[in-house]
Design a protein around this ligand. Structure first.
Ligand code: 5GP
Ligand code: ZN
Length: 114
């Protein structure tokens, strides 16, 4: 756990979140400022800043969880499709320096995306 990391605090339960998935290496919860209904974030439980920082085993677990959550969330919110996105580094738009994959449900002609 990294001190002062919002997402580490969410994993620890110190900041409440709407959890949608948890396993040995990963945690997923609804984005507090969603781009669309059902917008979720999939993160490693351990603190890594970017995709490059994650060990292969953790990276595989995080992307597997995102892949498995995609149809589950689509079904839950009746989405037509899903955009997966990941910012790595401040210049890319990463605001929270704890690696996370955006799972953004898409609806016909919604015109949004990360
Ligand atoms: P980034 O810009 O780093 O790729 O995305 C960070 C995301 O984290 C944003 O979509 C933002 O709404 C979300 N976020 C930031 N703080 C919190 C929080 O405390 N709880 C939740 N659930 N989401 C957060
Ligand atoms: Zn963290």
């Amino acid at each position: 756990m990294s001190e002062d990391c919002i997402f580490c605090s969410i994993v620890a339960g110190d900041i409440p979140s709407r959890t949608v998935h948890e396993d040995e290496h990963t945690f997923a919860f609804l984005d507090v400022n969603p781009l669309a209904r059902g917008h979720a974030l999939v993160i490693p439980k351990q603190h890594y800043e970017t995709v490059a920082d994650m060990p292969a085993e953790v990276r595989e677990a995080v992307f597997t969880a995102a892949g498995e959550l995609t149809p589950a969330i689509e079904g839950a919110v009746d989405a037509d499709a899903t955009t997966l996105g990941m910012n790595n580094g401040a210049a890319s738009g990463q605001e929270v320096p704890h690696a996370h994959i955006h799972v953004v449900p898409r609806f016909d002609d919604d015109g949004v995306g990360p």
